[in-house]
Design a binder for this molecule. Structure first.
Ligand code: SAH
Length: 240
């Protein structure tokens, strides 16, 4: 058989704090996969592209106001020295102003060859560098972190667990939250009972079809209660 021409999936992280990596990505599942070469991680210190002798990367905002802004030419130089030619790649800026990250986008990103991920600090980066380098703006949720690094770790982790060979039982991935547009059903393990609480009877029945139906019902119930937004979309997509 011919060799798989696909190169290893890789993430390049542009950051002012390269020491934050691999961090959690060096442990457990992503860590083992990193060690065995199923994916690759590279960090680029944005400060290496600062021009003056103080190696400044930020400056005060035009128009006044609190905080500092990352200088466009420093970040652009870091991007130009690392990002590829597009194609099978994505250039991402993590920001609370970005498109909310979804499992669907994670799936697509895990099928590319390389992600270049820019971690902001301070109040963010100069708007013009986002435009000029056509960065895809992604948010990991409606809250504000002190920097993009924890968001990069979350994004990379979500992609890496979808790479072939990383998760031991890949069929588990098909049933997870968001996979069919629903949140996942509840899980139980031994002992039964525990603190007077019983495991739902149907799970002990050994009746696979009944178990499947129960899980589907529970997934629908929990989605309807907790995420009316997902529920509406699910109903729309499944209503014929
Ligand atoms: N002033 C900005 C927040 C800056 S937080 C605003 O109000 O939108 C500093 C950096 O943390 C950002 O540049 C971004 O890279 C990162 N960050 C913070 N929250 C994030 C989120 N929810 N998703 C992705 N990145 C985030």
């Amino acid at each position: 058989m011919a060799e798989n021409p696909q190169k290893t999936w890789a993430a390049t992280v542009l950051t002012l704090f390269p020491e934050m990596f691999p961090g959690p990505l060096g442990a457990s599942l992503p860590g083992k996969a990193l060690e065995s070469g199923l994916w690759a991680l590279e960090t680029v210190d944005i400060r290496d592209f600062a021009r003056n002798k103080h190696r400044s990367v930020d400056d005060s905002p035009f128009g006044g106001g609190p905080g500092m802004v990352m200088r466009p030419y420093v970040l652009a130089a870091a991007i130009d020295a690392t990002a590829g030619e597009g194609g099978d790649e994505a250039l991402i800026y993590l920001t609370p102003r970005g498109a909310p990250l979804t499992q669907a986008r994670v799936k697509e990103l895990s099928r590319l060859r390389r992600l270049t991920i820019v971690c902001g600090r301070f109040e963010g980066v100069d708007e013009r560098v986002i435009e000029a380098r056509e960065m895809e703006e992604i948010s990991i949720g409606d809250f504000v972190l002190s920097g993009g690094e924890p968001a990069a770790i979350a994004l990379i982790d979500a992609c890496v667990r979808l790479l072939p060979g990383v998760v031991g039982a890949p069929q588990g991935l098909d049933e997870e939250s968001f996979e069919g547009g629903l949140l996942e059903y509840p899980h139980y393990t031994r002992p039964n009972p525990w603190e007077g609480r019983d495991v739902p009877e149907v799970l002990l029945s050994g009746h696979h079809e009944k178990v499947r139906q129960w899980r589907q019902q529970e997934a629908e119930k929990i989605t309807r209660r907790r995420r009316p937004d997902l529920w509406r979309r699910y109903r729309r997509d499944h209503d014929t």
